[in-house]
Design a protein around this ligand. Structure first.
Ligand SMILES: [Zn+2]
Length: 291
């Protein structure tokens, strides 16, 4: 039998399973496990159940020793001997392995953690577990979405607020507006759309006192956000966020250069033209301007 790390064995013993056999197949570890339950009562009448044998189900678990691992669970099948009882037969269940699951619960949880906390791509986690992309993504959604909900916050205590649009590539309703506490970097809320109404909806949900605490608001320079920001954050200095400011500045430098090029030379810039050789990019606060 293949050698299994003691902590893996201890885990399964602790949760009521025993390892019957382990083998390797094509780089994967197969562990044959079963529960240690030998006396089971009927959930309907409490009578001691009779065994009808076992059936096998396969589920993928956390890698063991770096190998993708498959648990082959020999599930106990039981029946109630009481003729008057309606329960009949049933297969045992475990909170660690959902019915018809592809991954064990701990593997699903770890997959979501690796994507959410460690920043590993869904595809890489899926490869390591030997499952498909959508299996991991389902786990990320299930375990990750409540965490995001929990962490979304209000404007209370926020002194510098960032409002920016975001575009989802895969969604038909592509635009969203995000609100960020610029001091802590914490995401406060994401609302659908990039309209003034979307921004207004979030800001208006806060009390006037809370909104008055915002001293600076950095906007994506899209005019839709400006009106609600001015109206609902009356104490805040409205600024443009750095990324967009540098991009706008670059755009202006390019336009001036192209215009001057045409005025002076009468044609578009070519290699060797004086303006063409000038460094023309605004790089950001540290090196700004460079040209
Ligand atoms: Zn029964």
């Amino acid at each position: 039998m293949v050698r299994i790390a003691p902590w893996t064995l201890r885990f399964w013993v602790r949760v009521g399973f025993r390892l019957r056999a382990a083998t390797e197949d094509d780089g994967e570890l197969l562990m044959l496990v079963e529960t240690t339950a030998s006396v089971v009562g009927c959930s309907g009448c409490g009578t001691r159940a009779r065994s009808k044998g076992r059936r096998r189900t396969r589920v993928r678990d956390l890698p063991v020793g770096g190998r993708p691992t498959v648990l082959v669970w020999c599930m106990g099948v039981w029946r109630c001997p009481e003729a008057a009882c309606d329960v009949g037969s049933w297969s045992e269940t475990s909170p660690l392995i959902r019915p018809r699951a592809v991954l064990s619960e701990r593997a699903r949880q770890e997959a979501a953690r690796r994507v959410g906390e460690d920043g590993v791509s869904v595809a890489a986690v899926a490869r390591g577990l030997g499952v498909g992309w959508s299996t991991v993504m389902d786990a990320v959604r299930e375990f990750g979405e409540p965490l995001v909900e929990e962490q979304l916050g209000s404007l209370a205590g926020v002194r510098s607020l960032g409002m920016d649009e975001h575009r989802w590539r895969s969604r038909p309703d592509r635009w969203a507006t995000g609100f960020v506490d610029l001091e802590s970097g914490r995401l406060l809320e994401v609302v659908q759309g990039r309209s003034g109404a979307a921004a207004r909806g979030f800001l208006a949900s806060e009390t006037a006192d809370v909104r008055a605490g915002v001293g600076v608001v950095a906007l994506d320079p899209w005019r839709g956000y400006l009106t609600p920001a001015r109206e609902l954050l009356p104490e805040a200095t409205v600024t443009v966020d750095r990324f967009h400011m540098v991009r706008l500045a670059n755009q202006v430098v390019t336009e001036v250069r192209q215009r001057t090029q045409q005025d002076v030379m009468g044609h578009r810039g070519r290699t060797g033209d004086p303006l063409y050789c000038l460094p023309g990019r605004v790089c950001g606060p540290a090196g700004w301007p460079t040209g």
